[in-house]
Design a protein around this ligand. Structure first.
Ligand code: PLP
Length: 357
């Protein structure tokens, strides 16, 4: 039976990425060696790194003056690296979920943190709208897509202070006006690559403003100066990331992805809103994520949750169990998820409706 992969992360990758990576694991670039057993300083791998950075920049139309880094440590290390490198006295954070909270916790090690707004009062099921960003903060940090709760900030905010974003789960899902940010980071395992590589887009002139000494590996300048080759980069995940970037490029780039993602999410949200057995967890339509679509059993049908999960699993739906803090279901519809998988989930929901409603 065909499996439909709705995992939130690590998550579905394009077949092209898998196929090319399998080939390179066996014989990389005609070297007769695996991509897993060659020097990261070999000319073949240096070419992979260079091409990945170039394609990353061109797909997101990243302006001059920015660097793209491929690091280890996951987005979670960035929670600390960002304030380590950028926080002088005070930073502003928007609290839109568990990942934001973790970022806030790390920032507090380095200075004052002004949480300008939070949606914690409603299990993070909306994006706060009325907040003021303090003019004297060193930067404003947002989480654009809240993977656990299914909310998303799809506009690139205009703020008067440097803007920093965790885009772990929506990078490359839409065009981004990178010029509005000084730093964008994310774990690559949601929409780009297998786990193990973290991307950072950083405006070079934002560095050098804090007085504290920064350990070498946690200093962005180290990695900018060495082109992500200060130490051994995650070679295999970077190789796989390049394949996904090529796939994106061959499939119309982020503009085309956004169109398809809107289509896929629209189909599923329409079904959730229509089907009497289910209800969405994010009431405001403008806050609904295109990447992680959260829903629960509707009022009166709560007791059917386990049964639907088993039914859906029997139909090949994988990874739709919601995060434990929200419950219910979460269908992650990343770039690589085909529309057929969304349709298969919808068919499953409709079949279940016929059995139960
Ligand atoms: C998954 C995720 C993280 C954590 O990423 P790691 O690479 O596991 O540290 C952080 N932020 C968001 C928005 C995520 O979805």
């Amino acid at each position: 039976m065909k499996k439909h992969n709705f995992y939130a992360g690590p998550s579905i990758l394009p077949q092209f990425t898998l196929d090319e990576t399998v080939k390179a694991i066996k014989d990389f670039a005609g070297t007769g060696l695996s991509v897993m057993e060659i020097s990261h300083r070999s000319k073949e791998f240096v070419a992979v790194m260079d091409e990945a950075i170039a394609l990353f920049k061109s797909l997101l139309k990243i302006p001059e003056g920015y660097s793209v880094l491929f690091l280890g440590g996951g987005a979670s290390t960035q929670f600390a690296m960002v304030p380590y490198n950028l926080l002088k006295t005070k930073a502003a954070y928007l609290n839109t979920g568990a990942w934001s909270k973790k970022a806030i916790k790390e920032a507090k090690f380095f200075g004052e943190v002004d949480v300008v707004a939070s949606s914690e009062d409603a299990t993070f099921n909306y994006i706060p709208k009325d907040f003021k960003v303090p003019a004297d903060a060193d930067y404003f940090h947002i989480t654009t897509n809240n993977t656990i709760y299914g909310t998303e900030i799809r506009e690139d905010f205009d703020v008067d202070i440097p803007l920093v974003a965790d885009m772990s789960s929506d990078i490359f899902s839409r065009p981004v006006d990178v010029s509005k940010y000084v730093l964008i980071y994310g774990g690559a395992q949601k929409n780009l690559a297998p786990a193990g590589v973290t991307f950072v887009i950083i405006r070079d002139d934002i560095l050098g403003k804090v007085d504290r000494p920064i350990p070498t590996m946690l200093n962005y300048q180290t990695h900018i100066d060495k082109g992500s080759m200060f130490n051994t980069p995650p070679v295999l995940p970077v190789f796989a990331a390049l394949q996904t970037l090529k796939w994106l490029d061959n499939n119309g780039g982020v503009e085309a992805m956004e169109k398809v993602n809107k289509h896929k999410a629209g189909l599923l949200y329409d079904e959730i809103d229509r089907n009497p057995l289910f209800k969405g967890t994010v009431p405001n339509k403008e806050d609904r994520s295109l990447m992680n679509i959260c829903f629960v059993m509707n009022d009166g049908y709560e007791s059917l949750e386990k049964e639907f999960l088993e039914f859906a699993t029997s139909k090949g739906m994988i990874g739709i169990k919601g995060h434990r803090s929200v419950g219910g279901f979460r269908a992650s519809t990343y770039n690589a998820l085909p529309v057929e998988s969304v349709q298969a989930l919808i068919d499953t929901m409709q079949e279940f409706e016929k059995m139960k409603a």
